[in-house]
Design a protein around this ligand. Sequence first.
Ligand code: NAP
Length: 309
Amino acid sequence: MEKTQVEKLIIIGSGPAGLTAAIYAARGGLNPLIIAGREAGGQLTLTTDVDDYPGFEEGIQGPELMAKMKKQTERFDTRFINEDVISVDLSKKPFEITTETCSLFTEALIIATGASAMWLGLPSEEKLKGKGVSACAVCDGFFFKGKVVAIVGGGDTALREANYLSKLCKQVTVIHRRDQLRAQLALQELIKSKPNIDLILNSALEEVLGEDKVTGLKLKNTQTGEISKLQVDGVFVAIGHKPNTDFLKGQLELDKKGYVVLTNETHTSVAGVFAAGDVADTRYRQAVTAAGAGCKAAFDVEEYLESSK
Ligand code: NAP
């Protein structure tokens, strides 16, 4: 690719928001270039059953849904670069996007980099990452076949992962810091129906025990302060996500948690730069809302390019 070539539209990210933006933009004649990232496909590639994306009456596997979306973008000749973006310069036009191997220039930009799993920040968690501590049941669950595991968190992700692991593991314990789960009721009912899933409420993980591999957990009751130990072979952390915006710091407005601030629909604080999906969504964070936002971003780009002619 010529270094001096200026694209009409670059989309950073290839989850539901980025791919939907590409479908609409390509059909609108913008010939988009997607910088897909090394973890192309986003969070849905790390999930199993997706039961709430419309159009799949029996549900669909996350990776399969993303593969279908990618194929659909390819039908409209979207181009892909499978690299991470290192930095962007949004202070002048065209915008400059630097990836691991090249610099690219574009008149308009859609940021759809999504969010990644958060960690508790315990030294013992860090020490035992990959040795029994994981943030992705679908990636690592297989290593715990027939074993005893725990999951920290009380949201949709935690319960979905508990359900997934209950099919592989002997016993699954969900540990949540409050007395009520945050997850949707359907998921709460689902895990209640599983005989090998139990729930420990009002408890925080204080320390992951073990030297070279996880042997147990030290828990603290958040109401009484009482300390207890739980024997497990592995622990999955499922406490939410943080937006992937480190490369944007100082370039456009981010809120204090790092989410891209939207000024109007998908518009950001920099004219010509738009954002869609979990990277700018502190509230809904669903595949279908991300796809919807991607569609809106493509329309907003078209309007912007039209008006800046
Ligand atoms: P979430 O809804 O933010 O839930 C995070 C959970 O982790 C909460 O229960 C929270 O406790 C707990 N937590 C946060 N920080 C913690 C800490 N430091 N120590 C202990 N516990 C901590 O995140 P999520 O479950 O990843 O879901 C993110 C979004 O994706 C949500 O909008 C969700 O609906 C969506 N999602 C949907 C599906 C689906 O099937 N439709 C599946 C997965 C995710 P508190 O409850 O006390 O705050």
